[in-house]
Write a protein that binds this ligand. Structure first.
Ligand SMILES: *Cc1c(COP(=O)(O)O)cnc(C)c1O
Length: 422
């Protein structure tokens, strides 16, 4: 392929980018830094700074407990409805609640309780560890009678749709996968898998952590049963921002949360002695929400709604394709291999490069080159391309700085022993 490798070309792509104006809506204090980890922790929207100040001083400081009746009590519902628009969900099906890990527990248990006779849970080895641990914990709690089948990727990057379908049978209670997987960025054909699982009477739970805000998600259209996802990644909700969960409307009557808390009760403020689950999605709430975090996160969600997921996806595809072109020309000859599918419709918004020295290259990038990606075992350097604020120049710079780390052998200065957080 004939690709223009010049810095000037990256600039031209930025000039043609209709979303370039959104970059300045985020906090930057180091013009040289190339932030490539928006898929792990999204950047800080400037409007969030002002909003948090207002929440703390006015809503908490001045209004105190009265704020519960003004906007706090409803906030998990109100913000949930906004996220619903990003995941193709009609009203009354999405709520902000807890963390992704806890929601996985609530939803997986709920699904397994709806299919008590069935013994199989299907997932894959590409899934996030917490998702797998949670399934193991659910199985343990339910007496260890479930069999968790973890599908393996034939090429290390992806599990073919057909392999998933082949695994689903009449004993399958639950199929649960990450729509976009965290290491390779592979994106599943969620619609086909959901439809087939339903033909076999199984339920489907999608983890949208690396999908929401990055790729189009159509939960209602797919017919998904359950879903959950993080808001501190592409939604720029802030560290530890609460997650969201989705339960399809017609399942809400029979589906029960395994955690019976007062926020999930029909009338929390009647303080009754016996739990009666709320009618709708609210039954999946547990206890008091982290209000400051919910309302801070809302600002990030609002920004995404302003842009719209179609425009975000369009730019994301341009960014990832450009990065792969540069990778082929500049990094492939240096011992890297691409850790992400080349097919546009099979990838999300991050790119993984694999290299035997990946761990030390990642350290050198952070310590010496002012590029911030992250590292995932055993050899993946992950670069998150966040269409809200990643520029084409960022892509060009990161590839060229990675090239320098390798050609100048800078990584040799770093230890191979792993640090606590990567
Ligand atoms: C980031 C991520 C999580 C993290 O869950 P927390 O409860 O927020 O720690 C879980 N699952 C997937 C697929 C993720 O990408």
């Amino acid at each position: 392929m004939n690709i223009d490798l010049s810095r000037d070309y990256a600039r031209k792509l930025d000039e043609a980018d209709e979303l370039s104006g959104y970059r300045q809506k985020f906090f930057h204090n180091d013009a040289d830094m190339i932030y490539m980890d928006g898929n792990s922790l999204g950047k800080l929207p400037i409007r969030t700074i002002e909003r948090v100040d207002q929440i703390v001083k006015e809503e908490w400081g001045t209004q105190l407990i009265r704020s519960w009746g003004i906007n706090w009590y409803q906030s998990p519902i109100v913000v949930g409805e906004k996220i619903a628009q990003l995941v193709g969900a009609g009203q009354g099906q999405v709520v902000v609640s807890d963390s992704t890990t806890i929601n996985l527990f609530k939803l997986a248990m709920s699904a397994l309780m709806l299919r008590p006779e069935r013994k199989k849970i299907i997932t894959d080895t590409l899934n996030f560890p917490s998702d797998l641990y949670m399934l193991q914990g659910c199985s343990h709690l339910l007496g260890g009678k479930h069999q968790i089948q973890m599908l393996e990727p034939a090429d290390g990057l992806r599990v073919d749709t057909q392999a998933v379908l082949d695994a689903i049978d009449l004993d399958t209670a639950l199929v649960t996968l990450s729509h976009v997987v965290f290491k390779s960025g592979y994106m599943y054909d969620a619609r086909t898998i959901t439809e087939y699982a339903h033909q076999k009477g199984a339920l489907v739970l999608w983890d949208l952590s690396h999908a929401v805000g990055a790729v189009p998600v159509e939960l209602d259209d797919w017919g998904a049963d359950f879903a959950t996802g993080c808001t501190y990644k592409y939604l720029n909700g802030g560290p530890g921002a609460p997650a969201f969960l989705y339960v399809r409307r017609d399942l809400q009557k029979e589906a029960l949360s395994p955690i019976w808390g007062w926020f999930g009760d029909r009338t929390p403020f009647s303080f009754g002695l016996d739990y009666k689950p709320a009618e709708g999605i609210q039954r999946f709430l547990c206890g008091t929400p982290p209000v400051v975090s919910v309302l801070a996160m809302e600002q990030g969600v609002d920004l995404l709604l302003e842009v719209g997921i179609q425009r975000l996806r369009k730019k994301s595809i341009l960014l990832t394709s450009y990065m792969i072109d540069l990778f082929d020309a500049i990094l492939a000859p240096l011992g890297f291999s691409l850790g992400t599918p080349r097919e546009v419709d099979q990838r999300g918004s991050h790119i993984s490069f694999r290299h035997a020295e990946g761990y030390r290259i990642n350290l050198a990038l952070i310590e010496e080159m002012n590029v911030i990606p992250d590292f995932r075992e055993p050899d993946n350097i992950r670069l998150g391309l966040t269409p809200m604020y990643t520029s084409f120049l960022d892509v060009w710079e990161s590839i060229n700085r990675i090239q320098r780390v390798v050609t100048e052998k800078r990584y040799l200065r770093f230890p191979e022993t792993r640090q606590t957080v990567t």
